[in-house]
Design a protein around this ligand. Structure first.
Ligand code: FAD
Length: 290
């Protein structure tokens, strides 16, 4: 964790673009509530293959227009270089200065071309070629390894490719095993990686959704957490309370060990992330030793 300690800590919240007018209105309330805590930036996810693209652009530009620094996620799979270039130009013109650059996943059953850029390292390279150093580029990191990686070793090598292609920092997939993050950092530091790798934190609010989501993205829910959540059944209040305690404790360990900030997967809800934020005293910059 030695190189991680040198970086200034930063805190951010991620949203997904809402589908309905009701979702949009709700997101504005959540966004304003989270903005009051003065995070370093917000980010908005992007669906590879067209599913949410217009909605992502709308949300990002709307946030930017409210004076909130917002990083669009941008995936390359299923898009041409020309499409990506136009989007980069639009974002640059509208004052966006940070991009979360991803390969993405095409929706299952969607045929057609994978696009001209196959992996995130190629996207990072393309962004640098097209926009120079305008954007601060974030990439994804997988402490428990990407589900399609042929081996743990190759996944680390592939992560380093993205760093070498010109990324400025990384955000991890969420995890509930802090050791997987510490081990990942040790391994990539030993390979010469020298960028902040910010833990992505998923508050626990719903057992069924968490299991479904974690199976898809390769995040492991430790047995003791799973068993405890299962035991609560439909008792939502106990799930929330337990989730808050577990995730707060995990964040404390990460911060104490020198993690360079936290990226909250807000799932478009304010309260679960804010409870953790307040438990950690993140509005009190002294407390977390920047
Ligand atoms: P890559 O870094 O390209 O890696 C994908 C796989 O290919 C890995 O197994 C890797 O080992 C392998 N690989 C990488 N490079 C090479 C290479 N050059 N040669 C051979 N193999 C290689 N998905 C969305 O659709 N929209 C989002 O907004 C979104 N946001 C995300 C935000 C974060 C912080 C994270 C962690 C994930 C996000 N995802 C999102 C999910 C992500 O798109 C998927 O996990 C996707 O499967 C991989 O994207 P990547 O950028 O990590 O891919």
């Amino acid at each position: 964790m030695e190189t991680q300690k040198q970086f200034k800590r930063r805190f951010s919240f991620e949203f997904f673009p809402p589908k309905t007018e009701e979702g949009k209105a709700k997101l504005q309330v959540v966004r304003d509530e989270l903005a009051r805590r003065k995070p370093d930036f917000f980010s908005v996810t992007y669906g590879a293959g067209g599913s949410t693209q217009e909605r992502t652009i709308d949300a990002v530009l709307n946030f930017q227009d409210q004076g909130i620094s917002t990083a669009p996620h941008l995936s390359c799979v299923g898009s041409s270089k020309q499409e990506i270039a136009s989007l980069l130009d639009l974002y640059k013109e509208r004052g966006v200065n940070r991009i979360v650059a991803l390969r993405g996943d095409l929706p299952s059953g969607m045929g057609g071309s994978a696009g001209e850029l196959k992996y995130a390292n190629e996207l990072v390279e393309f962004i640098r070629e097209h926009s120079g150093n305008h954007f601060n580029i974030e990439v994804a990191a997988y402490p428990e390894f990407h589900p399609q990686a042929p081996s743990a070793e190759e996944d680390l090598i592939n992560f380093k490719r993205k760093v070498d292609a010109g990324s400025n920092s990384a955000i991890t997939q969420y995890f509930y095993n802090v050791d997987s993050y510490f081990y990942f950092i040790d391994r990539v530091e030993a390979m010469g990686v020298n960028i902040p790798v910010v833990p992505g934190i998923m508050p626990i609010t719903n057992y069924t959704n968490l299991v479904r989501f974690s199976d898809m993205c390769g995040a492991e829910i430790p047995r003791w957490i799973r068993k405890q959540l299962e035991a609560y059944g439909d008792d939502k209040a106990s799930i929330l309370k337990f989730g808050e305690e577990v995730v707060t404790r995990m964040c404390e360990q990460l911060i104490d060990a020198g993690a360079p900030g936290i990226h909250f997967y807000s799932m478009n809800q304010a309260e679960p992330s804010l409870k953790i934020w307040d438990n950690l005293g993140l509005s009190d910059k002294e407390k977390i030793k920047f």
